[in-house]
Design a protein around this ligand. Structure first.
Ligand SMILES: [Zn+2]
Length: 158
């Protein structure tokens, strides 16, 4: 059977990518020479290649991005800062649809989102932080919790 390292889960792959990403201004630039199409980076997870920004959005928001267009508010295709990624659908008036979608997702996406107060509280926790139980308590993914805790996201609060 396979002797190589186990394929990374999407979650692990995204965590690794965020950890390795290079902060440029407010952006987190995916550090890989591999691009899927011009400027867009990829992340390999479960022996498959994904668009980096799409996979980050999927994991951090815990939703399927199938059929969604994931846009960069910073217009930097190599950026994987979860704070810079917004979902929309094809067609006109994407912003409007994004706004509507936020309302539709309400419970899931909104609950998965952290507040400033929460992030500040999170960063005040003594190490080692039990991300697993925090995840169970809050419904926020471990990846999102770690990213906030280590300052990969919510950088403006650092
Ligand atoms: Zn960005």
């Amino acid at each position: 059977m396979a002797t190589g390292p186990k394929p990374r889960t999407k979650q692990q792959a995204v965590e690794k990518a965020l950890k390795e990403a290079l902060p440029v201004n407010e952006c987190l630039i995916r550090q890989t020479k591999k691009s899927i199409s011009i400027g867009y980076k990829c992340i390999t997870a479960m022996a498959r290649e994904y668009y980096a920004h799409r996979l980050v959005y999927e994991v951090m928001n815990n939703i399927s991005v199938k059929g969604l267009v994931i846009r960069h508010t910073c217009d930097n295709p190599a950026c994987i800062n979860p704070e810079h990624l917004v979902a929309g659908s094809h067609g006109d008036n994407v912003t409007d649809k994004v706004n509507k979608k936020r309302h539709l997702f309400g419970e899931t996406a909104a609950n998965a989102r952290m507040t400033e107060a929460f992030v500040k509280q999170l960063r005040g926790f003594a190490k080692p932080v039990n991300f697993r139980s925090l995840c169970n308590e809050t419904g926020i993914s471990i990846g999102a919790l770690k990213a906030a805790y280590y300052g990969h996201t919510w950088r403006h609060l650092l």
